[in-house]
Design a protein around this ligand. Structure first.
Ligand code: AVJ
Ligand code: FE
Length: 439
């Protein structure tokens, strides 16, 4: 690969920061002050906390650590430290008011753009290829997805709108339900992707036995058959902790669904609509996904199976950046970046399919995998333990592939997300798998 040209790297970093900020402004500019400081759900922060937290992370990493500049507002570090204050207590913190928070993030950004012009983009791991700038753009975009979740939980009239995603491709009904992925080694993770985060590293060889994977994400229509077959009331499909969640909260359908007459409607960003049967199912917990898979006589894919399907090219034997190859995501390839405020129907984005024909691995809905969030062999926490390392273990399950709500800068074939198995408000669905050979 040619050495990246520093001017091009600077442009790419500035563009990633600019894109993130435009998204942040649109998510915080469409509601008034009281709506920004309100807590719309105890599961979420007030939007104004996310806003200033975005600026504070940028100040700590890009102004202070990278730029070596004097701290702008050191006294607010603790208020915006996610580990010091759980989400439930954030509304009672001495938060910057909306106008102050906007001024603060703008001040930080002005100075950061000056830092970006002056620092070398090589020499240290934080500077190399502009990593710290890419990391902070990804951080802002991750909070933009979090803020979109807050908007989804918020009650009241709609304030967001976007064009509809594309329809399913015409060949959808004739696609095979599943594809066979041959057993064998593949390269998982990356050591080359310049802005890959610590948990995606390093590249290493994994052996995966042959398996079958769904061509498409599980649809609302398919999930409805599980509901109508009494799936939520049947102990056979559930892990004990999943059953406990179902019983305690009286769960009978994905979050945001409501029974109306003989059918179901769902609320999406303040608008109720009949549940679209051909859309990937969304807002199910890992337990619900696993229960559906058990009911279907299948299982969730492991994280390695998901990544092999998304990256391994059987033709060349190489692992690529995305299912369609090494090119960056584009609007015709995947539903990313909040361009649409919903997943596209299953079978859309034929051009973004993998070599084996698996569709919508990237974008639309995060996909639950069966795997715990664990470090790869050779993992090293960088640049801070609190991004990934403190979450490793059995408590968190891995999600892959990104949703319509996440920007391409924070989504790739190696990108790893994680959450608690009870989590339902995130933009998560799933697809299923099965062993190819009897074990
Ligand atoms: C990787 C999405 C689980 O939102 O908790 C944001 C990302 N880390 N600020 C989260 C993150 C620090 C993280 N997830
Ligand atoms: Fe954060």
């Amino acid at each position: 690969e040619p050495e990246p040209d520093p001017a091009a790297l600077r442009r790419r970093a500035a563009e990633a920061l600019r894109t993130a900020r435009a998204r942040t402004h649109s998510l915080t500019g469409c509601v008034d002050g009281p709506e920004l400081t309100a807590q719309h759900s105890p599961l979420m922060s007030p939007l104004v906390w996310d806003l200033a937290h975005i600026g504070n992370q940028e100040e700590q990493w890009l102004l202070r650590a990278v730029g070596g500049r004097e701290a702008l507002r050191p006294e607010i570090d603790s208020v915006y430290d996610a580990f010091e204050h759980p989400r439930a207590e954030r509304p009672r913190l001495p938060l910057l008011a909306p106008a102050e928070a906007r001024g603060y993030v703008a001040d930080v950004r002005d100075r950061v753009l000056d830092v970006l012009e002056r620092v070398p983009l090589s020499g240290t791991p934080l500077l190399a290829a502009g990593f710290a700038f890419g990391m902070i753009a990804q951080h802002e975009q991750q909070h933009d997805e979090t803020m979109l979740i807050t908007h989804q939980l918020r009650r009241g009239p709609a304030v967001l709108s976007a064009p509809e995603p594309p329809m399913a491709a015409p060949d959808t009904a004739s696609l095979p339900a599943e594809v066979r992925v041959e057993g064998g080694p593949f390269t998982m993770g990356t050591s080359a992707e310049p802005w890959a985060l610590d948990n995606e590293r390093p590249a290493h060889t994994r052996f995966v036995p042959a398996y079958f994977l769904d061509t498409l994400p599980v649809s609302n229509g398919a999930y409805l058959r599980f509901i109508e077959d009494g799936g939520y009331a049947d102990d056979r499909w559930w892990l004990p902790a999943g059953l406990e969640q179902v019983r305690r909260h009286g769960l009978a359908a994905p979050l945001f669904w409501r029974r109306e007459g003989t059918g179901w409607v769902r609320r999406r960003f303040g608008v109720e609509e009949p549940v679209p049967l051909d859309e990937p199912v969304l807002h199910v917990s890992w337990y619900e996904a696993a229960a559906y898979a058990a009911w279907a006589g299948r299982r969730l894919p492991t994280e390695a199976e998901w990544e092999k399907a998304a990256r391994h090219d059987p033709g060349s034997g190489r692992s690529r950046r995305y299912p369609w190859g090494d090119a960056d995501p584009a609007p015709g390839l995947a539903n990313l970046g909040q361009r649409h405020l919903r997943p596209a129907p299953v079978g859309a984005y034929a051009a973004g399919a993998s070599p084996l024909g698996v569709r919508q691995l990237i974008g639309d809905v995060w996909e639950w995998t069966s795997s715990d969030f664990l470090p790869y062999p050779g993992f090293r926490a960088f640049p801070y333990r609190e991004y990934s390392e403190v979450f490793f273990g059995e408590a968190h399950k891995v999600l892959r592939g990104g949703s319509f709500a996440v920007d391409p800068v924070a989504c790739r074939g190696t990108f790893r997300n994680w959450d608690l198995p009870v989590r339902r408000q995130i933009f998560a669905g799933f697809r299923t798998a099965r062993d190819a050979e009897p074990s």
